[in-house]
Design a protein around this ligand. Structure first.
Ligand code: PHE
Length: 451
């Protein structure tokens, strides 16, 4: 990050911001969460709805966040305060900070599992194991207390360390090499997966829509997954938007990041579902899905030992570039609004998130019998943050840009003060004013039984 004239950090290049935003978007959401939510939601029909939401709602919300952040030149909460002084809009930022804590808590649980799987791959733990033994390995790991907590704390420590030492620049540079590498690896895994005997069933599960599987719960799951995967609805991209330079094209960045994110999720789906069916596993297995499926694929690959290591390392890094964007929401708020030092803010925020995270991690084992409205602690935090707070945040964000901000100000941001043509501007405003708010509200309130 380079210092701009007004003393704020900023991304130094168009490439840097693309890497940072894509780094935020691409993470466990694509490779861990997407497959298990597709699996629980019946497959193909969910996928279609999901893709529709990305295009119609995801890209416009992402662009809106960038507009708010770059115009406001502050953290998620401060940007609203600046653009709407004396109005309650800053509460959207407050909601985002709450969502950030919740997501960090359960994200670090799963990222911790990923770190354990780096070690399991290194020590060749999957060798000669069949699907049921690989499943047992996962169960005995994630239901215990010590190692899952150990890895969770390590992961939060790494996240805090990156935020503190400001090595985002390094991450930008790594992302440039590692993300294409991750795509390549996923392609290889997908090829191995679709050539397994019995793979066809998995492909039709993923790509042949069964519309009878659609109901309001599934619609909400698709909305939540779209928002989670794109990192939108809680101000992560408002915060990053505030670091984007004036000459960068916000519309292009939104489209490119969303496409890359969707491509990776689709590749993960193609790698996982054929294998699920080929190995006789259950697509609705829940949050453990990739950990019980992927090791089987590596077992069936020449050089699988190395592929497994590289894959879990890349996934851990992808998780890190996402978790730093979540922690940055809280840290930017604490430093800019409460005048805390960056050090103090980072340490406090990560300790608080880890504290909540411990309960998430233990909810797969020692605290497994706690059920709130039929959900575990992990399930409750994930559902509340991803399916309720992010869509609600997104709804308010599009209403803010569509209805509250001056049209000319929005145009000024999107066209870089007139230097870009932004021919899509009228269509965009129509989506922001009418289509997106109505669509989000219908899905959200319908599933909550409010309409
Ligand atoms: N989009 C990230 C992922 O897919 C998670 C995330 C959610 C990041 C919300 C920031 C904000 O892993």
């Amino acid at each position: 990050m380079a210092l701009e004239k007004d003393g704020r950090d900023g991304f130094t290049s168009r490439f840097g911001i693309i890497c940072a935003a894509a780094g935020s978007a691409i993470g466990l959401g694509n490779i861990w969460r997407f497959p298990y939510v597709v699996g629980e939601s019946g497959g193909g029909a969910f996928l279609l709805v999901y893709l529709g939401f990305i295009l119609l709602l995801g890209i416009p919300v992402m662009l809106s966040e960038f507009v708010i952040g770059r115009r406001g030149q502050r953290n998620a909460l401060g940007s609203f305060k600046r653009l709407a002084p004396g109005k309650p809009w800053y509460l959207v930022g407050v909601m985002g900070i709450v969502a950030a804590f919740m997501i960090l808590a359960f994200y670090s649980t799963i990222a911790g599992w990923t770190l354990e799987y780096v070690v399991k791959s290194l020590t060749n733990s999957f060798a000669d194991k069949d699907a049921s033994e690989i499943n047992r390995l996962f169960v005995s790991f994630h239901t215990q207390a010590f190692w899952p907590l150990f890895w969770q704390i390590i992961f939060m420590g790494m996240t805090a360390w990156i935020i503190l030492s400001g090595v985002q620049k390094g991450i930008e540079r790594y992302a440039k090499i590692l993300m294409p590498f991750l795509i390549l690896l996923l392609i290889i895994m997908a090829i191995r997966s679709v050539t397994l005997p019995g793979a066809g069933q998995g492909l039709s599960f993923l790509f042949r829509p069964d519309f009878s599987a659609l109901n309001s719960r599934v619609m909400l799951a698709a909305l939540g997954q779209a928002f989670f995967s794109l990192s939108i609805g809680m101000g992560a991209l408002i915060t990053y938007g505030s670091y984007i330079q004036k000459q960068n094209n916000l519309g292009n960045i939104s489209v490119e990041v969303s496409l890359a994110d969707t491509l990776i999720a689709l590749l993960a789906g193609v790698a996982i579902f054929p294998a699920v069916f080929a190995f006789g596993l259950d697509p609705a297995d829940g949050p453990g899905l990739i950990f019980t499926v992927l090791p089987n694929i590596f077992q069936q690959m020449p050089g699988g030992y190395f592929f497994a290591i590289i894959f879990f390392v890349l996934l851990s890094i992808a998780a890190l570039t996402s978790s730093i964007s979540i922690l940055e929401v809280v840290v930017a708020y604490l430093t800019e609004e409460l005048n805390m030092t960056r050090r103090k803010a980072t340490i406090m925020a990560s300790i608080a998130a880890t504290f909540v995270g411990v309960f998430c991690t233990l909810s797969f084992g020692a605290l497994g019998n706690i059920s709130i409205g039929g959900l575990s602690i992990f399930g409750l935090l994930d559902f509340t943050a991803s399916n309720l707070l992010l869509p609600l945040g997104g709804l308010l964000i599009v209403v803010f840009v569509g209805w509250y901000m001056k049209r000319s100000d929005v145009k000024d941001e999107i066209s870089n003060s007139g230097s870009l043509k932004a021919r899509f501007f009228d269509a965009l405003m129509f989506i922001l004013k009418f289509v997106a708010p109505v669509a989000i509200a219908i899905v959200l309130f319908d599933s909550l039984g409010i309409i």
